[in-house]
Design a protein. Structure first.
Length: 421
């Protein structure tokens, strides 16, 4: 999830409460090359993924393990950092905790707000939740880090938001700032852990300090292979909070999870990640957000197609992005985009530069292909430089492998669950 200047992920969908209107199907232009069944001529060359077993029946998210953390909230004024993915069964966590007598004094809303109704990149304002009557304090607007005033009626902070396992999904940036504010104010933080749907592998370049931004705050790869609880431990343990501070951190682990577990999200994290396939493609396709290539925002299949007006009209698929509730001003709005339909590629692709290299090489406007935010997504200038120089994916991977290897070793210190093989 990235901010509006980077074509941010759009308003999030709710299982409970007022829901965003589903995106209307976009009528695709008729063309001899336009086919919803079109797929790339060959699959990208990446490491084979493990098979996809169903989530084990005994899997229980941290939020559902009440016996592990309700005693920590007893007699405390509680602030919760949540959104529509913060569910126990079909109920949102704040509603459940209030029913159990927890004294929630503040609800903190990240990008898209607490109940996920705000459009992509929209400024979130403070307010009051109509359902509970509790004050809602925005962490996506003028203030991304809770202030002392915002925490004055809070004794303990509970973070419970579903991540998708990529460096540029901004909920982990919100978690960083929550931890930092808690360290400043001496408030404990409890992270209720959830599985990582892309937690079965680690890949991509490490973010370099000069490219730090809200879409990349940590020196981790694009696919970090951690749950939010494990990442919170890494942030704390590596002293990445401002001034090297550490917060008082408690992680409530997921029961019955391993990094080999393939987990299908019970609540879509946004309308622009509408299904497990889009979630699996997100790491690869989000890099296109720093180019002139559309990833299907403004269509009924975001993050499952790619295309641009500057691509050859002979590509096997075409589409025209149009405003919808999920993306009010999509990239290449109203323009016919030529590209590919990736909906049949499967969920085990992993992260690849194949499409990025191909689309640059075949662009009719190479000088305008990369945007100024591309390095914020890759975290390094090397990827752009090597693609322009005509290097292969194998050569580009070799450039980031030493730093990635060091990260993999560091990652082992913070794992809470058995790792993938």
């Amino acid at each position: 999830m990235i901010p509006n200047s980077l074509s941010a992920l759009c308003a999030l969908f709710l299982l409970q409460g007022p829901a965003c209107t589903p995106a209307r199907p976009t009528t695709l232009p008729t063309s001899a090359n336009n086919s919803a069944e079109a797929v790339p001529s060959s699959a990208p060359t990446v490491a084979a993924a493990p098979s996809t077993p169903a989530a084990p029946a005994g899997l229980q998210v941290g939020a559902a393990r009440f016996g592990e953390y309700l005693p920590l909230l007893q007699g405390k004024r509680v602030g919760v950092v949540v959104n529509q993915t913060s569910t126990v069964g079909r109920a949102l966590l704040p509603d459940t905790l209030l029913a159990k007598g927890v004294n929630i004094t503040a609800i903190f809303g990240p990008e898209h707000g607490f109940r996920g109704e705000a459009a992509d990149g929209a400024t979130i304002k403070d307010g009051k939740d109509e359902r509970t009557g509790k004050p809602v304090r925005s962490l996506y607007g003028a203030t991304k880090k809770p202030t002392a005033e915002m925490l004055q009626d809070v004794d303990v902070l509970v973070f419970d938001i579903q991540d998708v396992g990529t460096r540029f999904y901004t909920y982990i940036s919100t978690m960083h700032y929550v931890m930092e504010a808690a360290a400043d104010q001496g408030k404990p933080v409890i992270v209720l852990d959830r599985p990582n749907p892309n937690g079965w592998y680690v890949d991509g370049p490490i973010m370099e300090p000069q490219h730090k931004s809200f879409v990349g705050m940590h020196p981790i790869p694009i696919v970090h292979g951690l749950t939010v609880g494990e990442l919170a431990q890494m942030i704390n343990g590596e002293k990445w909070l401002a001034g090297g501070k550490q917060c008082q951190l408690t992680v409530i682990p997921v029961q019955g999870y391993t990094h080999a577990t393939r987990y299908e999200l019970p609540v879509r994290p946004s309308p622009n990640l509408p299904n497990p396939h889009a979630v699996s493609l997100y790491a690869t396709l989000c890099l296109f957000e720093g180019t002139d290539v559309s990833v299907g925002r403004g269509t009924e299949f975001p993050f499952e197609v790619i295309g641009a007006p500057t691509q050859p009209s002979t590509r096997p698929f075409s589409f025209t992005p149009k405003p919808n509730p999920g993306s009010t001003s999509p990239p290449q709005n109203g323009k016919l985009c030529y590209g590919e339909d990736l909906r049949k590629t499967g969920n085990d692709m992993g992260f690849t530069l194949r499409y990025l290299i191909d689309y640059y090489q075949k662009s009719s406007a190479k000088d305008k292909f990369f945007g100024k935010y591309f390095e914020q997504l890759t975290g390094t200038p090397t990827v752009r430089q090597m693609i322009i120089a005509g290097k292969s994916e194998k050569e580009i991977r070799q450039a980031w492998e030493p730093a990635l290897g060091q990260y993999k070793q560091m990652r082992k210190k913070y794992l809470l669950y058995p790792d993938f093989k």
